[in-house]
Design a protein around this ligand. Structure first.
Ligand code: FAD
Ligand code: N01
Length: 568
């Protein structure tokens, strides 16, 4: 319910507006409405909750965080009531889960669906954010929280002739709810990231023929998905606290620890045995085999070689195997996919692989895709081409802060934030999993719960202390940006030129390493420390008796050398 509706303008007035009804927006609404007692409204483009899981309904879509960790941990009751069925839940099961949470907490009554936010403008005199939707509805609130997701802005490459294609085209992140029938169809799939690697085996099983257009070959480790045993379900029910403790004390928020050993600590035969065991366990746990895989190229080379040999041993046609194994980046320096029979799919006689780095896509015609090697006739094109990650959804809204400064201008050379949570010049605006936060390098529900709780505590602090306005100090923000760069540069992550972490997948996007690679544990400690010091590095104004220090008094966050095991 709005606090009031301004009769002359029709503006609906709230304490807080939240954009997005995925994992982040749902929990943010619960915290602000039910814990702080604020009037809060979520605005959401989709006609239901779920975010990522509402949009990504492509064949094979499932989580690659393990189910017992891909969940909210703030409510014991929710943890006890919900039971996952598989090691990696499928998209419909995650949608059921998020709907269950939204219903249990009675959230939907305060979510306005089918409502895309087009603009948000900070009105300095009134100290209010004024929001307009695509259809012209007006809202206003003191606090604006963007929970728009890191991976919610589909990236469809601008290939000449795309509009002329006579068949059907789909982006995996905008998949039709009624599904797609591939029976008897010649399907072309562009993209071999986490999505393409999940989708290809399932599409191949249904289609007449699948042609995979691969630009960058990729590693993948078998997920070894399957139903959860009764024993494991009991373990999950009885050990929530221990599982949470592990997730909160590892850099990447997953429910397993990264081994405390370096590759060079073990002899080559033992190393191989460790990799074999990690391969058998499967999933993202492979990455936990050694501590220094993302710190030391020579260490990483051993994992890379092991994984490339696995590809060669699975794929029967040597030429196809070499195209798949011709990987030019360190393992896990791009988001490491996990799969169910991805490489095996290339042994099917209805599947072929096209190397579009060797022979680039030139254009799309009414009947197919043309590369430098000729035309591939197709009935359907699937774009598994990823997202304009992290900045795309935020810059998709026309956001204007203090003194007419737009977010587009503020970020023209790449995003800058303080902690990934706030931007100088944009008072009382909080960005859940914004650029500069660990977010995509972490098991995201862990990061999301931390961000949402930190924002909630910050707003509670403001209200308790008569602070009307809080804004990141520019100098503190610059220090954080420098720290984010240092953290990334201490790892192999920025060495990959064709990584969406750097924005390289979107033509013209500034090349800036966006997520915080210093690990979730360190990040949480920094955020807690800043809050404990009265929100150090923020400018506060109002009638407050605040004891915290205003402005850019923040110290150095951590020397680059101290960044041990990064997220992922
Ligand atoms: P989202 O779920 O993206 O929700 C954002 C919402 O904001 C969307 O519903 C969108 O419609 C809405 N929105 C955006 N802009 C506007 C606007 N202008 N107006 C109104 N509404 C707007 N993470 C993991 O940790 N583990 C995984 O295994 C994993 N698997 C993934 C699989 C896929 C296919 C993808 C794409 C991502 C995956 N992720 C995974 C990352 C995933 O995005 C997060 O785990 C999490 O779901 C993000 O939740 P969110 O609420 O922050 O954002
Ligand atoms: O997208 P991607 P995604 N011509 O950007 C290629 C999360 N996620 O949707 O690498 C030809 O990774 C592109 O090639 P290149 C996870 O965080 C999680 O797969 O840029 N090819 C690449 O191969 C993930 O990282 C899960 O050279 C083009 C592919 O398309 C993130 O979402 C599942 C091209 C895009 O890969 C994004 O994953 C799915 C062009 N013009 C997603 N443009 C799970 O956890 C792009 N490509 C299970």
């Amino acid at each position: 319910m709005p606090v009031t509706t301004d009769r002359s303008t029709g503006t609906r007035e709230f304490d807080a507006l939240i954009i997005g009804a995925g994992f982040s927006g749902l929990y943010q609404l619960h915290c602000l409405r039910d814990r702080l007692g604020l009037s809060a409204q979520v605005l959401e483009t989709a006609d239901g909750v779920g975010g990522t899981w509402y949009w990504n309904r492509y064949p094979g879509a499932r989580c690659d965080s393990e189910s017992h960790s891909y969940a909210y941990y703030f409510s014991k009751e929710i943890l006890e009531e919900w039971e996952w069925s598989e090691r990696y839940p499928e998209q419909p099961e995650i949608m059921r889960y998020l709907n269950y949470v939204a219903d249990k907490l009675d959230l939907k009554r305060d979510i306005r669906f089918n409502t895309r936010v087009a603009s948000a403008r900070y009105d300095e005199d009134a100290n209010r954010w004024r929001i307009a939707t695509e259809t012209g509805e007006q809202y206003a609130a003191t606090y604006l929280i963007t929970a728009v997701g890191c991976l919610s802005s589909a990236n469809i490459p601008d290939i000449p002739g795309l509009d002329s294609f006579a068949g059907d085209c789909y982006h995996t992140g905008q998949w039709p709810h009624q599904g797609v029938d591939f029976t008897g169809k010649r399907v072309g799939q562009i993209g071999t990231g986490s999505t393409g690697i999940q989708a290809a085996p399932v599409i191949a099983a249904a289609a007449r023929h699948l042609t995979v257009f691969q630009r960058t070959p990729n590693y993948s480790v078998p997920a070894h998905n399957g139903p959860l045993s009764d024993d494991f379900k009991r373990y999950m029910r009885e050990h929530h606290d221990e599982i949470r403790e592990v997730m909160h004390s590892t850099p990447n928020g997953h429910p397993f620890r990264i081994a405390d050993r370096n590759v060079a600590d073990v002899a080559p035969e033992e190393r191989l045995a460790i990799y074999e065991k990690a391969w058998e366990i499967g999933g993202l746990r492979f990455r936990a085999a050694f501590r220094d895989l993302l710190l030391d190229k020579a260490a990483n080379d051993t994992a890379a070689e092991f994984l490339k040999n696995k590809i060669r041993s699975v794929v029967e046609d040597p030429e196809t195997a070499e195209k798949l194994a011709n990987i030019d980046h360190p393992y896990a320096a791009k988001r490491p996919p996990i799969d169910t029979h991805y490489f095996e799919t290339f042994n099917r006689n209805n599947v072929s692989l096209v190397d579009v780095r060797a022979a680039p896509i030139e254009r799309i015609t009414p009947s197919g895709i043309v590369t430098a090697d000729g035309e591939y006739p197709l009935d359907v094109i699937v774009f598994a081409t990823g997202f304009d990650a992290m900045t795309g959804p935020l810059l998709g809204i026309d956001i204007e802060g203090r003194d007419g400064m737009t977010l587009k201008d503020a970020w023209s050379a790449g995003p800058k934030t303080y902690l990934g949570l706030a931007v100088a010049g944009f008072p009382n605006m909080f960005t859940v999993t914004g650029p500069g936060s660990p977010s995509v390098l972490c098991n995201m529900p862990v990061a999301i719960e931390q961000h949402v709780e930190w924002i909630t505590d910050c707003i509670a602090h403001m209200r308790a202390n008569g602070i009307n306005r809080i804004e990141a100090d520019p100098e503190a923000m610059e220090k954080w940006v420098a720290h984010v760069n240092d953290a990334a540069n201490a790892t192999l992550l920025p060495s990959v030129e064709h990584s969406w972490y750097l924005g390289a997948n979107v033509p013209g996007k500034p090349r800036v390493f966006m997520p915080y690679a210093g690990g979730m544990t360190r990040y949480r400690a920094v955020c807690d420390d800043i809050a404990a010091k009265g929100y150090e590095g923020f400018r506060k104004s109002g009638n407050h008796q605040d004891t915290g220090r205003n402005g850019s008094t923040v110290g150095d966050f951590a020397p680059a050398a101290a960044i041990d095991t990064p997220g992922v």
